[in-house]
Design a protein around this ligand. Structure first.
Ligand code: NAD
Length: 301
C-alpha cells in the first residue's frame, strides 16, 4: 500500500499504511523522531484496546527498552474533556516526561484528539504519533494536526493545531472494529469522493461489496487515497486561514450541532456527518466552488 507524505516544511511527516504494522511502531517512532537510542513515551489508548492493539504497540516499545508509561481512557466522546486531559498530564509527570517525551495515541478519533491536545499543551508542546485504529481515524482525524477536547456547550472548542511526527495505519486493526463504528467511518470516506475526487467516488460505487466486507485491498486503496486528499488540502491551509480547508467541513457544521443537541456519545461522529451531508445537499448552500480544483496531485479533482 502506498505511503503518503504530508508536506508542511519543518512539520512534515509520513503516513505509513499496511497490514500488521503495529508491532513495529517503536522502530518507526525512533525513525520519525531521529532517536539513536530509545527515549521515553506515554502510550495513550482506551479500555477497549488496552489488552489488544495497544498491548501489541507497548510490547514493541518495552522490547526496545523505552521508558514507558501507559494511560487508559474511558472509551467514547466524554474522554475528550479537560478532566481527562488533566489525568493524562498527571501520567506524563509521573513518567517522568521531559520535552523529548513522545505521546503515542493508539485508538480512534477520541484518543487521537485528546492525546494530541495533551501533547500540544504539555511543556508548551511535545511530539506525538498517531496510531489510528478506527476507519474514521485512519482516513481523517489522525491527519492534519487538529487536536481538541470538547466544552460542554461546544464540540472541539478547546484545541490546537499540532502536527504528529508520523501516522502509522495498520489496516488489520479494522478487523476488530464494531460494525456501527466501521460504517460511521465510511461517511468520511464518501465525503472525500463528493467534495474532491469524482473518480474516487466512482471507485467507491464500484466496490461497495468490498467496502462492506472490509476487503483489505479495497481498504488499502480507500485509506491511502483519503489520506492523500486530506494531505493536499492541509498542505494548502494548515491552520484554516485561507479558506481552502473549509471544504473538509462539508456537512460538519450540521453534524456538530446534531452531536451537541443529542448529547455527546449518542450519535457517532460519522453518523452525524451523514445527516449533515444530506442536510447540506438539501440546503441552498453549495459545498464547493465549482472552479475550485485540488490540483497538486494527479487524479485529484
Ligand atoms: N481531529 C480531526 O481532524 C477529526 C476529524 C474527524 C473526527 N474527529 C473526532 O473523532 C472522534 C470520533 O472518532 P471515532 O469515530 O474513531 O470514535 P472513537 O474514538 O470513539 O472510537 C469508536 C469506538 O471504537 C472502539 N475502537 C477503536 N478502534 C477499535 C478497533 N480496532 N477494534 C475494536 N474497537 C475499536 C473505541 O474503543 C470506541 O469505543 C470525534 O470526537 C470527532 O470529533 C476529529
Amino acid at each position: 500500500m502506498p505511503d503518503v507524505h504530508v508536506s508542511l516544511a519543518d512539520r512534515s511527516y509520513d503516513i505509513v499504511i499496511g497490514h500488521g504494522l503495529l508491532a513495529g511502531t517503536s522502530t518507526r517512532c525512533r525513525d520519525w523522531c531521529g532517536l539513536a537510542a530509545p527515549g521515553s513515551a506515554l502510550v495513550v489508548t482506551d479500555s477497549n484496546l488496552a489488552d489488544s492493539h495497544a498491548a501489541t504497540v507497548t510490547a514493541g516499545f518495552e522490547a526496545d527498552g523505552w521508558l514507558l508509561g501507559r494511560h487508559v481512557l474511558e472509551p467514547g466522546e466524554p474522554s475528550k474533556s479537560l478532566a481527562a486531559a488533566e489525568a493524562m498530564y498527571d501520567s506524563l509527570v509521573a513518567l517522568p516526561a521531559d520535552r523529548g517525551t513522545l505521546v503515542v495515541a493508539v485508538g480512534g478519533g477520541v484518543v487521537g484528539d485528546a492525546a494530541g491536545f495533551v501533547a500540544a499543551t504539555y511543556a508548551r508542546g511535545i511530539r506525538f504519533v498517531q496510531v489510528p485504529t478506527t476507519l474514521l481515524a485512519q482516513v481523517d482525524s489522525s491527519v492534519g494536526g487538529k487536536v481538541a477536547v470538547n466544552h460542554p456547550r461546544a464540540k472541539n472548542l478547546v484545541g490546537a493545531f499540532h502536527q504528529p511526527a508520523g501516522v502509522l495505519i495498520d489496516t488489520a486493526t479494522l478487523e476488530t472494529l464494531p460494525e456501527r463504528d466501521y460504517r460511521s467511518g465510511l461517511a468520511e470516506v464518501i465525503k472525500y469522493g463528493v467534495i474532491l475526487d469524482v473518480e474516487f467516488f466512482g471507485f467507491l460505487e464500484d466496490n461497495v461489496a468490498g467496502l462492506i466486507g472490509r476487503d483489505q485491498d479495497v481498504l488499502g486503496h480507500v485509506i491511502a487515497r483519503s489520506c492523500e486528499l486530506k494531505a493536499v488540502v492541509v498542505e494548502q491551509d494548515e491552520r484554516e486561514t485561507t479558506g481552502v480547508r473549509a471544504v473538509l467541513n462539508y456537512g460538519h457544521t450540521f453534524a456538530h450541532a446534531h452531536e451537541a443537541l443529542a448529547g455527546y456519545g449518542e450519535l457517532l461522529h460519522g453518523e452525524a456527518v451523514s445527516i449533515g451531508m444530506r442536510r447540506w445537499v438539501g440546503s441552498t448552500l453549495r459545498p464547493l466552488d465549482a472552479n475550485w480544483r485540488c490540483s497538486k496531485r494527479s487524479g485529484c479533482r
